[in-house]
Design a binder for this molecule. Structure first.
Ligand SMILES: CC(C)(COP(=O)(O)OP(=O)(O)OC[C@H]1O[C@@H](n2cnc3c(N)ncnc32)[C@H](O)[C@@H]1OP(=O)(O)O)[C@@H](O)C(=O)NCCC(=O)NCCS
Length: 164
């Protein structure tokens, strides 16, 4: 089940993130930051256990960033990551954002949802503020990917199908 995160789940969310922050797969988030932005986070819950999380930052006009996508390794390849990203895209649509973007190593997952690779330089400068906290900031090897949301707003969001 995918649902919005609750404040008391901030620590469980951080524990999931911590599995991947050391090698830089996802950005470290202090507990206070997760708590302050708990409304951005979704969780995937199985048997009352949080097995995945993802957040959507919508602080910029027109843009929605998918971030902190993490799945418990015991639950990989069951479509949970895909389901979380889909839900984030739906949120971005509901908030009227024009473009969803992500900086990621999980290129195939996002490609299957219709995201396409773009040059990092095409993303607005204002998004790079967070990179200050990243261990890869000097040699960023993440892939920037975008999904235009305007065409989805005009159609049924259910058309966000896996494109294979
Ligand atoms: C990347 C990650 C989120 C994928 O989560 P998941 O729930 O296993 O993903 P899904 O089951 O929805 O996979 C969807 C597709 O993504 C691709 N994919 C997922 N994991 C993959 C892997 N390890 N290697 C290659 N392709 C992969 C596959 O094409 C997969 O489809 P398939 O299973 O039908 O072949 C998870 O492995 C993870 O938490 N990784 C560490 C943190 C990270 O890199 N997060 C992304 C930051 S944006």
């Amino acid at each position: 089940m995918i649902r919005p995160a609750k404040l008391e789940e901030a620590e469980a969310i951080q524990n999931l993130l911590l599995r991947y922050t050391e090698n830089g797969q996802v950005l470290y988030r202090p507990l206070a930051e997760i708590e302050a932005n708990i409304g951005d986070f979704l969780v995937a819950v199985i048997d009352e256990k949080i097995v995945g999380t993802c957040s959507l930052k919508t602080a910029w006009t027109g843009l929605a960033e998918i971030r902190s996508l993490c799945i418990d390794p015991g639950y990989y390849r069951q479509g949970i990551g895909t389901a979380l990203v889909r839900e984030c895209v739906e949120r971005g649509l509901a908030l009227g954002r024009e473009t969803a973007f992500v900086l990621t190593y999980a290129v195939r997952l996002f490609e299957k949802l219709g995201f396409t690779v773009v040059e990092k330089s095409t993303l607005p400068m204002k998004i790079w503020n967070d990179c200050k906290g990243c261990i890869h900031q000097e040699r960023c090897d993440e892939t920037a990917m975008v999904l235009p949301l305007i065409p989805l707003q005009k159609n049924d969001p259910a058309t966000l199908a896996e494109t294979g």
